[in-house]
Write a protein that binds this ligand. Structure first.
Ligand code: GUN
Length: 284
């Protein structure tokens, strides 16, 4: 078997086109979706992500306002900014790029964001909504994975899903979303005894551990769908968590790195922001 390549880049472009149409319809109702992007410090990867997010906003017609803050900002100043954005009627979504520099309390900042403007889905209220299956914002990478599976026509109900990684941003929420679609879900992490054996049981395998090419070809159940969330910057360039060629020899479908999950993350951020604007306007 040689796996089909799941085209996240193309799917995300299609989503942006659809969102552009939605934004135009909102404009005719007098509403421009607005996203505030807060970037603290000089983390190089964060700067790249923030730039890509803003470019995507421009493309679909979302107003985006960047707040670039020095590493020396105090917790109180950062909370004051969040308060101001919560109160700003032109802002429907607030994104605080993580990680925050050491010394700042990330959880306190995330908790301060109005849950209805929390387009990243990191506020504990939205985490709770996700876990009970109530409407709310799901984190963008997990939501992007689900959208990619849906648009690729991957059946989830009754399938065995294995999620490698238990982060709050990817692993845990991805497991909740897969469970919500009636998969049988196993979460593996650094203390799991035999990760390879667990992976071999997976009809759907999601790798989000940040270890270049950790998942080998012989870990893949024949015909499995493999979703690689890893973005590892190495001397050889961007490398996923999955050894792509090896895995593709066993899988039925697999996402590449780059061009797989990454672009979908940004598309879901745009989608959540447009949804937040629609809610404010009483349109959903
Ligand atoms: N850092 C890594 N991924 C993300 C994300 O999806 N959102 C934010 N705000 N920060 C991140």
């Amino acid at each position: 078997m040689h796996a089909a390549r799941i085209d996240g880049k193309g799917t995300a472009a299609q989503m942006r086109k659809e969102l552009q149409t939605e934004v135009q319809a909102l404009e005719s109702e007098g509403v421009t979706p607005g996203l505030a992007v807060v970037l603290v410090g000089e983390n190089a990867a964060s700067q790249v992500y923030v730039r890509m997010k803003q470019k995507a906003c421009r493309e679909v017609g979302i107003y985006s306002k960047e707040h670039r803050l020095s590493e020396s900002i105090t917790q109180v100043e950062l909370l004051d900014l969040v308060d101001a954005l919560n109160a700003d009627p032109d802002i429907h979504g607030i994104l605080v790029q993580l990680p925050l520099p050491g010394g700042l309390d990330e959880q306190e900042v995330l908790c301060r964001i109005d849950p209805d403007k929390d387009v990243d889905g990191f506020h504990p209220i939205n985490v709770g909504r996700l876990s009970v299956g109530a409407p709310g914002y799901a984190p963008c990478t997990p939501a992007g994975i689900m959208e990619l599976l849906r648009r690729t026509g991957v059946e989830i109900e009754g399938k065995k899903a294995v999620v490698l990684g238990r982060s709050n941003i990817v692993g845990k929420p991805t497991a909740m979303l897969l469970l919500g679609e009636h998969a049988t879900v196993e979460i593996c992490h650094s203390r799991t005894r035999d990760v390879a054996a667990a992976c071999r049981t997976a009809d759907i395998l999601v790798a989000a551990v940040g270890r270049p090419e950790m998942v080998r070809g012989d870990w893949i159940k024949p015909g499995a769908v493999v979703i690689d969330v890893g973005i590892n910057r190495t001397d050889a360039g961007l490398i996923g968590d999955v050894a792509y060629e090896e895995a593709a020899a066993h899988a039925s479908a697999i996402t590449p790195v780059p061009g797989g999950v990454g672009p979908m993350t940004i598309a879901m951020l745009l989608s959540n922001t447009v949804h937040a604007a629609k809610r404010t306007a009483g349109l959903v």
